[in-house]
Design a protein around this ligand. Sequence first.
Ligand code: 5GP
Ligand code: ZN
Length: 127
Amino acid sequence: MNMGDKMECIFCKIVNGEIPSYIVYEDEIVKAFLDVNPDVNGHTLIVPKKHYKDLFDIDNDTLIHIMEIAKKIDKLLKDKLNTDGLTLVQNNGLKQEVKHFHLHLKPGYKNEGKLLPVEEIYKKINE
Ligand code: 5GP
Ligand code: ZN
């Protein structure tokens, strides 16, 4: 990897706090935060703190950890936002806008309301 790639990486900047984010979960391996342009209320991204480009770059132990955290965050979203389902999306190559591995968590709702500001969703999650 070119060091320049990492220095310019928007998700590395979110990981180190240079760019603010609405943090949903954090540990020593990952940071999870609300997507700035959500498809659905509660749309969350899980990123490894270490810069891996994509599915073909990331190691399996980190991947498994990310899946475990996805389950934990699903519980949180069920509890705080009354979600009723979850779609996982992970883009690579041409399909990927940000070239730092991330897993999209897009919850579903029995009765989907209108899209609320991300800040409002963050408040609900932290109530
Ligand atoms: P991709 O197409 O790479 O899988 O999706 C990248 C996602 O990152 C998009 O859903 C986009 O809204 C989100 N995103 C891009 N820049 C930022 C940012 O600065 N902050 C947050 N929270 N999300 C971002
Ligand atoms: Zn990065």
